[in-house]
Design a protein around this ligand. Structure first.
Ligand code: GLU
Length: 474
């Protein structure tokens, strides 16, 4: 029977949660929950210098916003010192680890020697065989020491679900430090102790940890346990092929929220960084991701971050959403947004602009002129469409004619404009473009007649009148 996954996301709160971390969290979440498993969150905050509580808050908040909720409780690694120390003591007792009294100067000398001889530095293992009496003596003198893991002879093999079979000869691994001289345990040790206690049976994390995995497997063995399964996720690269940097989308997840990006769009895009459903579909709902995600389809090749694609996917999700839901989203960013307007009108505005917007902020921006009369006009469009007084005169006659229109609806507005242009002996475009500029301030936008109908007679006539008085600019 397949085991039910117990996975974890284990960020270090030394910075905000950004795309890479969010993708790791997402893949863990999908992998576990699609099989009825559990997804835990462990905050690896043992580096007291660099860990900040505001980053912890930001990480929790961002995960919640994305909907990647975890099985409770959150585990804080810093609160587990005793457990880590107990594990170190157990290993010392069982001689799986030893105290190393080498001084910083001694080690630096060894390192220097190795580099002069053009050899890879490895700790010599000098303190492996300290006699009991010397040990006693040094402990009595309170000589400082760190604790190193005794790496046994042999090889470590494992099959990574993404990177395939990996084998490392222990000759390549130092007796690495599991507890520093100041008493703090190190990452490769604490991660194993915690994963063991949390009964994690799958470790899914970034490829940057692949090199740590053999070391961690040796720790599992030393502690008398079986390692979990591993799956490492390919790196996310910037458009320049380098590791993703702040300049290229390494923005905190919270900034995406503040920019009005929809979480489902961002999640959909993140899922495609290293994974695909196996065909050319790119727009997938969260339910589809839940159904279709599989570690087997994750590729090794670094995934290149593409902001245009992110925006496009977000736009697709946005236009698929109901206007009521979008309004809720806008209100989550700005509670007051057109609260006093007629609800129907606001919803119709959203319906009209949502197909062009890629984020809630764009939705707000594109909706502006539905509420406020434009007082400035797109210059390029004016130069092209409202270049001289002949346009003003034509528009003035059109404005007058609109007063006689009985039904202010898209169909009759179109019929009227076309009949009027025929009467004037000009193409319909000669009226359509200036009218759009006058009522929206822009050269492009939704269907003009739908727009005029929604804005209503009063607004349209008032805006046309203002444009006639002020265009072309002198
Ligand atoms: N805390 C580590 C990091 O933020 C991740 C540890 C792990 O997933 O094993 O890179």
């Amino acid at each position: 029977m397949p085991i039910t996954p117990r996975v974890r996301f284990a960020p270090s709160p030394t910075g905000e949660l950004h795309l890479g971390g969010a993708r790791t969290a997402l893949f863990n979440f999908l992998f576990a929950r699609q099989k009825g498993g559990q997804f835990f969150l462990r905050i690896e905050d043992t580096d007291s210098q660099r860990s900040k509580s505001e980053f912890v808050d930001q990480i929790l908040y961002s995960l919640e916003w994305l909907g990647l909720t975890w099985n409770k409780p959150v585990v804080y690694q810093s609160r587990r010192r005793d457990v880590h120390h107990d594990a170190v003591r157990k290993l010392l007792r069982e001689e799986g680890a030893y105290r190393c009294f080498c001084t910083v100067e001694q080690l630096a000398k060894e390192r220097d020697g190795a580099s002069k001889a053009k050899k890879l530095y490895r700790y010599s293992g000098r303190c492996r065989n300290i006699s009991d009496s010397e040990l006693k003596q040094r402990l009595n003198k309170a000589d400082p020491f760190c604790v190193r893991l005794l790496i046994p002879k042999g090889k470590t093999k494992f099959a990574d679900s993404v990177y395939g079979p990996i084998e490392v000869d222990h000759k390549e691994i130092d007796d690495f430090i599991i507890q520093r001289t100041d008493g703090t345990p190190t990452y490769n040790f604490t991660v194993v102790v915690d994963d063991l206690e949390m009964e994690i049976n799958w470790v899914i994390r970034g490829e940057d940890h692949l090199a740590n995995t053999p070391k961690q497997i040796i720790v599992y063995k030393a502690l008398g346990s079986n390692p979990p399964k591993f799956g490492h996720l390919p790196m996310i690269l910037g458009p320049n092929g380098q590791r993703l940097s702040k300049r290229h989308g390494a923005t905190g997840i919270q900034e995406y929220r503040d920019m009005g990006v929809l979480p489902e769009g961002l999640l959909n895009y993140l899922a495609l960084l290293g994974w695909s459903p196996g065909d050319d579909r790119e727009v997938l709902s969260f339910n589809q991701l839940m159904k279709e995600f599989s570690l087997k389809k994750v590729v090794k090749k670094g995934a290149v971050f593409d902001e245009k694609k992110l925006n496009w996917i977000c736009g697709q999700h946005l236009s698929d959403k109901k206007s009521e839901e979008l309004l809720q989203g806008v209100h989550a960013l700005d509670q007051e947004w057109h609260k006093d307007e007629q609800l129907d009108y606001v919803l119709n505005v959203i319906e009209m602009v949502k197909t062009r917007a890629k984020s809630l902020s764009e939705l707000v921006e594109f909706s502006d002129y539905f509420f406020d009369d434009p007082k400035s006009f797109d210059e390029k469009s004016i130069r092209k469409r409202w270049h001289d007084n002949s346009v003003t005169e034509l528009m003035n006659r059109y404005w007058v004619s609109l007063h006689d229109l009985i039904k202010w609806e898209a169909d009759s507005l179109e019929e009227h404009l076309r009949a009027f242009s025929e009467l004037e002996g000009v193409s319909a475009g000669k009226l359509i473009h200036p009218t759009r500029i006058a009522i929206s301030g822009h050269g492009v936008g939704p269907s003009l007649f739908e727009l005029m109908s929604l804005l209503g007679r009063e607004r349209v006539l008032r805006r046309l009148n203002y444009a006639i008085d002020n265009l072309p600019p002198s």
